[in-house]
Write a new protein. Structure first.
Length: 421
């Protein structure tokens, strides 16, 4: 596909691609503009934490969308949208155009001309990612509960478990960070690459009159680890992602939808929570108290019942006084699958900061993102955490949304195509 191919709605509501006619000069300029930066390899102090800016992932495939199983990159730009058009065809065209554009962005290419030859023309691609490389970019597209309705002729395509999340203890939502009809989770190892991707995809949504930005969070410092990656830290200073899902069998069991028609299989449900941290308060506490909040040691990440991060926590172990070493209200005790009928979720969170609050405090926290094949799994964990977690004194859930994540499109198709047939 060239960077000027577009999706058009043809007869029988089938979408087809058509290359726009281009002058020779414009074609040359487009090709030059989309050149990928030379391979660049940055190695941090941790040999397990390398960044290869030339690394690229496939958008098309036969399994789940990229950005779920993909080892977490270092930056996220998350954006939720409201549909502004009630027309099913507009939604269909937007998903198709987003898909074509994302496939190019993930290759490190532009999505159109940056500097059109005609003086009066507006650039199609805004240009700030030129020569930055693919930087492991993934853009994961989500569809909110309201979209699966008669209004868009999609009521019969509603994934069986798709619904609004039930109210949970400790919900303290600001409507400004809640809900949405569509979402983009752009992750990459260069923040400017994520920014460019979401900015230019939002421009397409706006230019087509189909969707408008609802809320957004920019995050950094992955707060979760994939297979072979070392465990990073959240803004409370603790290793986050130690006992996360990593193996294929666990993904099959807990993350991917495994039954139903093709358009459901390898789909997943994404839950997003904007969780604000009371950082100044946390910082005044003794580290031993902080360790008890999580049930792990701050520096090593080891459970309080052990000395190595990789050790399994012993939730039964008592100290000499007969009290549980991992306290009853410790975050890991309440969230562990051992306490929740074996339930597990994939966490793929990021730290975020919004600068300072209106009273001059650090305004920061965790953009918690989880993937599961049943939203009730998230609800079960959060019901328990929201009621008793020692961490609740230092956090509040100020934003929340749920999206269905369709499977990756096959080459030549687009996200959600099966909904429209
Ligand atoms: C700001 C909010 C949160 C922070 C700072 C946080 C931090 C942590 C940390 C440091 C760990 C221990 C290391 C690890 O195994 O990853 C952990 C574990 C875990 N967290 Fe959270 N978490 C937060 C919110 C949540 C939420 C909302 C959920 C789900 C509803 C959740 C579910 C889990 C699970 C399932 C584990 C693994 C427990 C285990 O099996 O040992 N966390 N979290």
């Amino acid at each position: 596909m060239t960077n000027r191919d577009m999706w058009y709605l043809g007869p029988n509501n089938r979408l087809s691609r058509r290359g726009l006619l281009l002058g020779a000069t414009a074609g040359t300029l487009g090709a030059a503009a989309s050149a990928v930066a030379p391979a660049a390899l940055a190695i941090t102090a941790d040999p397990q934490d390398t960044v290869d800016l030339s690394r690229q992932y496939d958008f098309y495939g036969t399994g789940g969308q990229a950005g779920i199983r993909t080892p977490p990159q270092r930056h996220v730009f998350y954006m939720a949208f409201d549909l502004t058009s009630g027309r099913r065809a507009d939604l269909q065209v937007l998903l198709a155009r987003w898909s074509g554009a994302i496939a190019q962005l993930m290759k490190g290419e532009t999505i159109g001309e940056v500097e059109p030859p005609r003086d009066s023309a507006v650039g199609f691609d805004t240009g700030e990612a030129l020569r930055l490389g693919p930087a492991s970019l993934t853009v994961t597209v989500g569809i909110g509960p309201r979209v699966f309705s008669d209004a868009y002729g999609l009521a019969d395509k509603r994934p069986p478990l798709m619904r609004a999340l039930m109210p949970l203890p400790s919900d303290a939502f600001d409507p400004y960070y809640t809900g949405g009809d569509l979402s983009l989770q752009a992750c990459a190892d260069d923040p400017q690459v994520t920014y460019h991707a979401v900015r230019d995809l939002a421009r397409i949504a706006k230019a087509t009159g189909t969707a408008a930005v609802r809320w957004t969070v920019i995050g950094f410092g992955r707060a979760s680890a994939g297979k072979g990656q070392s465990t990073p830290r959240n803004l409370l200073g603790f290793r986050d992602g130690t006992r996360n899902i990593r193996e294929d069998a666990e993904f099959d069991r807990f993350v991917w939808i495994s039954d139903g028609p093709d358009w459901q299989r390898h789909g997943s449900y994404q839950v997003v929570r904007k969780i604000k941290m009371n950082i100044e308060n946390w910082d005044t506490h003794r580290v031993s108290d902080q360790n008890n909040v999580f049930g792990r040691h701050k520096v090593s990440g080891a459970p309080l019942t052990g000395t190595k991060e990789s050790e399994q926590p012993d939730f039964q172990k008592m100290d000499a006084d007969g009290t549980l070493v991992i306290p009853p209200t410790a975050h890991i005790r309440l969230a562990a699958h051992e306490s929740n009928d074996g339930i597990r979720i994939l966490r793929r969170s990021y730290n975020y900061t919004d600068g300072l609050s209106e009273v001059g405090l650090l305004d920061a926290g965790l953009l918690f993102i989880s993937y599961q094949n049943d939203p009730a799994h998230f609800e079960a964990l959060q019901a328990r955490l929201g009621a008793s977690d020692a961490l609740n004194s230092y956090i509040s859930h100020i934003g929340s949304a749920i999206f269905y994540i369709p499977p990756a499109p096959a080459e030549g198709s687009y996200i959600g195509e099966a909904f429209f047939t």
